[in-house]
Design a protein around this ligand. Structure first.
Ligand SMILES: [Fe+2]
Ligand SMILES: [Fe+2]
Length: 190
């Protein structure tokens, strides 16, 4: 998963360039390691020895940066300050392309089935999967509302962003502190 994860991050970073999400994504959201990956590794540079759960935790760093961006947008909408909906659309694209279509797919294909097969933390895994689904629905809503220029839709957009943050802060915290540490107990080091 590690090698695929690095490849996926690189794929995501190159897709950001194509999407033109420069302001919020490449500049402020990406953590340092994503930026260095974007610059490209030297040919003689060895791949980092990072375990699969560490990789997933690092990817939560990208999620966290977007959540901070969402919270800043919620504040601006609530305070009726100047606000660019395209910034929210760009941030939602990062969530769709990297968090939902890559990071969460990794969890759903490689991580959750291990727990289900071992009969460990199955209730938590069920909740996490349902949160992935809920998050995708909220991202659809955020993307749609971010396109709207109607002032009436701004509070609806703020509410959708608020709901997303409310789902994902505990979601990633449970994965980081409960699920990921447990993985070491159910699979061998190899
Ligand atoms: Fe997840
Ligand atoms: Fe996750």
């Amino acid at each position: 998963m590690n090698k695929n994860a690095s490849g996926g991050r690189r794929m995501f970073i190159s897709s950001l360039g194509r999407l033109g999400t420069s302001a919020i994504a490449a500049g402020s959201i990406l953590p340092a390691q994503e930026k260095s990956a974007a610059r490209g590794k030297k040919a003689d540079e060895k791949p980092e020895d990072v375990g699969p759960t560490e990789d997933l935790m690092r990817e939560h760093g990208v999620l966290n940066r977007v959540l901070l961006g969402y919270e800043a947008c919620i504040d601006r909408i609530e305070q009726k300050r100047d606000f660019k909906p395209e910034v929210v659309a760009d941030a939602a694209t990062v969530i769709r392309k990297f968090v939902e279509d890559y990071h969460e797919r990794q969890e759903e294909q490689f991580l959750f089935p291990r727990f289900e097969k071992a009969g460990v933390l199955t209730d938590l895994v069920r909740v996490l999967k349902s949160q992935h689904e809920a998050g995708r629905g909220l991202t659809d809503r955020v993307m749609s509302l971010a396109k709207s220029r109607g002032a009436d839709d701004r509070p609806k957009l703020a509410e959708a962003l608020r709901q997303f943050v409310r789902v994902y802060r505990p979601h990633e915290a449970r994965e980081d502190t409960v699920l990921f540490p447990e993985l070491r107990k159910i699979v061998s080091a190899h």
